[in-house]
Design a protein around this ligand. Structure first.
Ligand SMILES: NC(=O)c1ccc[n+]([C@@H]2O[C@H](COP(=O)([O-])OP(=O)(O)OC[C@H]3O[C@@H](n4cnc5c(N)ncnc54)[C@H](O)[C@@H]3O)[C@@H](O)[C@H]2O)c1
Length: 325
């Protein structure tokens, strides 16, 4: 039987992309009650439309910086999925906000989970902790060379989780997500991901802009796979584990651009401008999924072509106001 069956579940960042899908999955797995905590800085209530309609989910608009509010919301929880975070660009612009939300806020969440004697905490980390890879694919033993404020906060989160696992016997699994895409990605703000920016340009009949030759790469993982990794982490017997959640496939920007053009049937083309910007993020990234398979039994199932096809369909419906799935 699933640990989620009959469980009281809390999902921080529960109105966001990954968080809202976890809410849906927890309900589908038989959770008695799912509380989505979200300050709604990026997530939107529409993401929880169907979950709220079941009568078993609740959206609590609150900030994880509020220690007492977190304590009260997590009180009585059996399982906690911690997804709340700021976007990495916001952390670069406002490092103190990053510290307060992602480090102090995560401390509040772990402290509350320990007080509630939660049976399982699954924590969202990021491949950004690795920074420039020493070798590819990135496995979990590689040094943490990240140079971003967001990455530093995620390292702090991972280490706090480990400390709580040892201090209070809190059963924690930390997942290092690679580049997530799929339905419920942010399609409305200025701070959105490259796939969405390019789909917007395709709608405007403008060429897809790539800085440099487009050889920069990433490991794209479909959101439903990320959710499945969370559920497996919830069921796993391990504790104090840190694993990659990646597809294991490296995709160059120019390959991604070509795929979007093909799937949308457009001929706006690709425009190369200048050179790859010197940035805080690495130019190549691909994860090694071996440990996730060994530890959690997780392997990504949705290929990039199928996942992007579903993203395109969802975006079309969402922009037409037809729903948020
Ligand atoms: N999307 C990716 O590619 C990616 C990659 C690696 C790691 N991650 C991590 O995965 C998790 C989920 O990411 P996502 O893509 O669903 O992001 P998201 O922005 O859609 O969701 C995060 C949610 O946290 C909420 N939030 C922010 N500050 C808060 C606060 N102070 N109190 C309460 N809620 C707050 C936001 O409103 C948002 O709904 C995050 O921890 C993120 O850092 C994401």
């Amino acid at each position: 039987m699933s640990k989620l069956d009959g469980a009281r579940v809390v999902v921080t960042g529960g109105a966001g992309n990954v968080g809202s899908h976890i809410v849906d999955a927890a309900i589908a797995a038989g959770a008695e009650r799912v509380v989505a905590l979200d300050a709604l800085v990026r997530g939107v209530p529409e993401n929880l439309h169907e979950a709220l309609a079941t009568g078993r989910a609740e959206l609590r608009e609150m900030d994880i910086r509020d220690r007492m509010a977190v304590r009260s919301a997590v009180d009585g929880a059996d399982i906690l999925f911690h997804q709340a975070a700021l976007r990495w660009t916001r952390c670069q612009e406002e490092p103190r906000d990053c510290q307060e939300v992602m480090v102090d806020g995560t401390f509040n969440v772990l402290e509350a989970a320990a007080a509630a004697k939660a049976q399982r905490v699954v924590l969202a980390s990021s491949a950004v902790v690795y920074g420039e890879p020493r070798k590819l694919p990135l496995d979990e033993d590689q040094p943490l060379n990240g140079k971003t404020v967001y990455g530093a906060a995620k390292v702090a989160n991972e280490q706090l989780a480990r400390a709580f696992a040892h201090l209070h016997g809190l059963p924690v699994v930390t997942l290092r997500y690679f580049n997530i895409y799929g339905p419920r990605m942010d399609i409305r703000s200025d701070y959105t991901e490259v796939m969405i920016k390019w789909l917007d340009r395709i709608d405007r009949r403008e060429p897809l802009v790539i800085n440099g030759d487009g050889s920069a790469s990433a490991d794209y993982i479909y959101v439903a796979d990320v959710v499945r990794a969370n559920l497996l982490a919830c069921e796993a017997q391990v504790t104090d584990a840190i694993v990659n959640v990646c597809s294991g496939a490296e995709t160059q920007l120019r390959e991604l651009a070509a795929l979007l053009l093909r799937l949308t049937g457009t001929d706006v083309g690709i425009e190369h401008r200048g050179s790859e910007p010197e940035g805080a993020l690495p130019t190549r990234r691909v994860g090694d999924p071996t440990l996730a398979t060994e530890t959690l039994g997780f392997t990504a199932e949705t290929g990039l072509e199928e996942g992007v096809r579903r993203l395109i369909e969802w975006r079309k419906e969402a922009l037409a106001g037809a729903g948020s799935r």
